[in-house]
Design a protein around this ligand. Structure first.
Ligand code: ATP
Ligand code: MG
Length: 428
C-alpha cells in the first residue's frame, strides 16, 4: 500500500525544533502579559460568511485561499485564514464590550490558506497575534508596534524594518480608489490579465503587486497620503511623532495597503532583511469599523499578526541552547530491579529530574552507550548487588566517576545534579 503523506503545505514540528517554538511562545506570552494582554482561544473553524463579510469579497484570501467545506449539517464553514475576524466575532458574541474597554487580547495558533508552499509560506501556518479593542488613541497603534518589535528583539531577531502607512477613513479610500483607477486605466495595455482584474475589482491591490513590469508605473502612482482628510492626516502625524519620541526607526511606505479590506488609518508591516522573498514577519493596522460591520457596537480596534514560521526562520542559529540532555538514565538488571525501576523513576521525577529508563535486556555496556547517546548526565544502575545492599550505582557519564548512593537518600542525586548544572552554566 502506498504510504500516506502529510497534506501539501503542512509540516510536522518535531524535536528539537519544538523546543524553539516553546521558547518563542514563552518569551512572547511573558511580554504580552506584562503589557496586560490576555490570551484568547477561539475556534479553528467559523461560519464562512464571517470571513467573506470581514476580509472583503475581492481579496486574495477570500477569492483564492480559503479552506471552505460543508459539514454534515450542510453548514458552510471555513478553516480560519486569520485571527482578527474570529476575535471580533468572539468580542461581540461574548459582549466583551460591556466590560472595561479597551480589551487587550492575544492568540497563537494555526491558520489555513491555500497558497503555493515555499520557504516561509505554508497552507497550515501559525500566527501569533494581538488585538486592542476599544480605543482609537494613536498611542495604542504605537504601543502595539513597540510590543511587536520588543518580542522580535527579545528573540535576537535583527535587521528589522518597520514600514508604516495610513489608509485614512473609508471615505478617503473611496476617493483614492477612484484616483488609482483613473491613473492605472491610462496604462491598461501594460497590465496583465490579473492586474486588469484587480483594476476593476480592487485597484488598491495593484499597489502591492510584485510584477516587475509594473515597477515604474507603481513608482509614479499617486500616493494615498495626499488624499488623507484632516483627521486621518493628524492621526498619522501623531503616530509618526510618537514613534519619533521613543526613537523607533520607520519608513513611510504609501504603497502599504495590506491585503484585507477591514483596515483604516494606520497600517504597518515589520520585515526582516534576512528573510528571502517572504520577508514580512508581522503585519497589522487599525480596523475601526469591523466590529460594527459584524453587528457589534461602533468600537475602534487595532491589532497585528506575526507569522511564526517566518519568525522562527529569522532567529539566528544557536541563539538559544536547546536542552538535549537527560539528568538520569536508569538501568535495571534482573526482574526484581525492573519492578523497583517504576517506583524509582517516579521518585526521581518528583525531585524535578528529567529521567528516562532502559526497557531492554541487552548487556550493561550497550545500555550505558544508549545513555551516552541520550546525553544523560548520569546513569543510575541497579543490579542484584545493589538491590541486596539497597543502593544505587551512580555513574557520571562525562567524567566516568561513579559513586554508591543509598536508596533512602536519592535526593543526594538531585542535589549533585543541581550543583553540576550550576557549575556548567558558570563556565559558559
Ligand atoms: P503575504 O503578503 O506574505 O501573503 P499577508 O499580507 O497575506 O502576507 P497577513 O494576512 O498580514 O499576511 O498575515 C500576517 C503574517 O502572517 C504575515 O506577515 C506572514 O508572516 C504570516 N503569513 C501569512 N500567510 C502565510 C503563509 N501562507 N505561510 C506562512 N506565514 C504566513
Ligand atoms: Mg497572503
Amino acid at each position: 500500500m502506498s504510504q500516506i503523506q502529510a497534506v501539501r503545505g503542512t509540516k510536522d514540528i518535531l524535536a528539537p525544533d519544538i523546543d524553539l517554538w516553546r521558547i518563542v511562545e514563552n518569551i512572547s506570552s511573558n511580554l504580552l502579559d506584562l503589557a496586560n494582554y490576555k490570551e484568547i482561544r477561539i475556534p479553528i473553524f467559523e461560519n464562512s460568511n464571517l470571513y467573506t463579510k470581514s476580509l472583503g469579497q475581492v481579496t486574495d484570501v477570500v477569492q483564492k485561499e480559503m479552506y471552505n467545506f460543508t459539514d454534515r449539517g450542510k453548514r458552510e464553514l471555513t478553516l480560519r485564514p486569520e485571527g482578527t475576524a474570529g476575535v471580533a466575532r468572539a468580542f461581540i458574541e461574548n459582549k466583551l464590550y460591556a466590560h472595561n474597554l479597551p480589551q487587550r487580547v492575544w492568540y497563537c495558533g494555526p491558520m489555513f490558506r491555500y497558497e503555493r508552499p515555499q520557504s516561509g509560506r505554508q497552507r497550515q501556518f501559525h500566527q501569533l497575534g494581538l488585538e486592542c479593542i476599544g480605543s482609537s488613541d494613536p498611542r495604542v497603534d504605537v504601543e502595539i508596534i513597540v510590543l511587536a518589535l520588543d518580542i522580535l528583539q527579545s528573540l535576537h531577531i535583527t535587521n528589522l524594518e518597520l514600514e508604516i502607512n495610513s489608509l485614512g477613513n473609508h471615505q478617503v479610500r473611496k476617493i483614492y480608489r477612484e484616483v488609482l483607477y483613473n491613473y492605472f486605466s491610462q496604462y491598461k495595455e501594460e497590465l496583465d490579465s490579473e492586474a486588469k482584474i484587480r483594476l476593476e475589482t480592487n485597484p488598491l491591490r495593484l499597489l502591492d503587486s510584485k510584477d516587475p513590469k509594473l515597477t515604474n508605473l507603481l513608482k509614479e502612482a499617486p500616493s494615498i497620503l495626499n488624499y488623507l482628510d484632516q483627521t486621518s492626516s493628524e492621526n498619522f502625524q501623531l503616530v509618526c511623532n510618537y514613534l519619533d519620541s521613543i526613537s523607533i526607526n520607520y519608513v513611510v511606505n504609501p504603497k502599504l495597503v495590506r491585503g484585507l479590506d477591514y483596515y483604516n488609518n494606520t497600517t504597518f508591516e515589520i520585515k526582516s532583511k534576512t528573510l528571502g522573498a517572504q520577508d514580512t514577519i508581522c503585519g497589522g493596522g487599525r480596523y475601526d469599523t469591523l466590529i460594527e460591520s459584524l453587528g457589534g457596537p461602533p468600537i475602534p480596534a487595532v491589532g497585528w499578526a506575526m507569522g511564526m514560521e517566518r519568525l522562527l526562520l529569522s532567529i539566528p542559529d544557536s541563539t538559544f541552547s536547546l536542552s538535549k540532555s537527560l539528568d538520569c538514565y536508569l538501568i535495571t538488571i534482573g526482574e526484581e530491579a525492573q519492578t523497583y525501576s517504576l517506583k524509582l523513576v517516579y521518585q526521581l521525577r518528583k525531585l524535578n529530574l528529567k529521567i528516562d529508563f532502559s526497557l531492554t535486556k541487552s548487556n550493561l555496556s550497550k545500555q550505558i552507550k544508549k545513555a551516552s547517546q541520550l546525553q544523560a548526565l548520569t546513569c543510575l544502575i541497579i543490579g542484584e548487588e545493589e538491590l541486596k545492599n539497597q543502593t544505587i550505582l551512580c555513574k557520571w557519564l562525562e567524567s566516568r566517576e561513579q559513586e554508591v548512593i543509598n536508596m533512602s537518600e536519592i535526593s543526594i542525586i538531585a542535589d549533585k545534579i543541581k550543583v553540576y548544572k550550576e557549575n556548567v552554566s558558570l563556565n559558559i
